[in-house]
Design a binder for this molecule. Structure first.
Ligand code: TMO
Length: 314
């Protein structure tokens, strides 16, 4: 049995501990946290996963379809609260531009590293359809392997939608002296890329497309082409000639600068949140392989992977 003195000491001690612990954060505003959705699967699924986590904390959320370049300006001026997939190669410039103007903050980096690059399904390399791949120089010798009905006898490079990174690839192809042999066509959607990859695979046909990792194609086998290495300043927008490949990059999170004040609890969780290559591949696969809706994919992912996300809330 505890003595009175012991109880007093214990009481005093717990009072000291309580005052030494982190003060409780002020309650979050009930104004909705505005989460952008873009046009590739992992991003939309992750939007709903993060929204689901915020809702589990008692926050209100709204999903806002947004242009994937314009979103950084929208975050800067407060129209949108966060961005949860800032891919270095495609969005790094817009992210830092908005930060420099003021109003957008860096909310941390995911565990996954990224690559956004042109490439070929692995069977193209394995079956030696264009000897020397994945080295880019090999492309000089086999444009006909990648020709399509609409490519005018040149090899076709199927780029993503132009909204992602504008003329990056046409400029690169020209800078590398490949424009007489290759033509870049923009896909209308990510789904159009997956459909083309599926039909080429069925026929064992050569195909070059834009793709990225983490993605559901990581499991399938996709070989990125090794272009001349990326170096700071090598792109035209940074003063270079654009003949370099994409960086092996980071995947960041961004937020409006007021978010930590208006929603301190949600911000704390968002800044801790970090997904791996495997996590993000799973998010994409639930939609692009399992054909679930983004919303259902997010619910399933949250239910199946509490061990991954619950620690961000603790
Ligand atoms: C931004 N993306 C992942 C489509 O390259």
């Amino acid at each position: 049995m505890k003595t009175l003195k012991g109880k007093l000491v214990a009481g005093a001690l717990s009072a000291v501990l309580a005052s030494a612990s982190i003060p409780a954060l002020a309650a979050d505003s009930n104004k909705p946290i505005r989460i952008p959705t873009h046009n590739w699967s992992s991003q939309v699924v992750m939007a709903h996963i993060i929204g689901g986590i915020f809702e589990s904390l008692g926050n209100n959320v709204e999903y806002v379809p947004a242009d994937s370049q314009g979103v950084y300006e929208a975050i800067r001026n407060g129209d949108i609260t966060i961005s949860h997939e800032v891919w270095q190669s495609t969005f790094g410039k817009s992210f830092y531009n908005a930060m420099e103007k003021g109003g957008l903050i860096d909310a941390g980096t995911h565990e996954a590293s990224t690559l956004e690059e042109l490439g070929v399904p692995s069977y193209v390399v394995e079956n030696n359809l264009c000897p020397g791949l994945p080295d880019w120089e090999a492309l000089k010798n086999c444009p006909e392997v990648f020709a399509t009905a609409d490519s005018g006898g040149k090899g076709r490079i199927l780029e993503g939608p132009q909204s992602w990174h504008g003329d990056l690839m046409p400029v690169r192809i020209k800078a590398l002296g490949l424009e007489d042999k290759y033509v870049v066509k923009f896909a209308g959607s990510a789904d159009a890329i997956w459909a083309e990859l599926a039909s080429a695979k069925k026929e064992g046909r050569g195909i070059i497309t834009f793709n990225w990792t983490p993605n559901f194609t990581d499991a399938d086998g996709f070989d990125f082409i090794a272009f001349p290495p990326y170096e700071q300043g090598c792109r035209v927008e940074d003063g270079g000639d654009g003949s370099c490949g994409s960086p092996k990059g980071w995947l960041k999170k961004a937020a409006n600068y007021k978010f930590p004040k208006t929603h301190p609890n949600a911000y704390k969780v968002f800044s801790k949140l970090s997904f791996s290559t495997k996590d993000i591949g799973q998010m994409a696969a639930l939609v692009d392989i399992d054909k679930m809706s983004h919303e259902d994919a997010a619910k399933k992912w949250l239910a199946d992977h509490k061990d991954v996300w619950m620690p961000f809330t603790e």
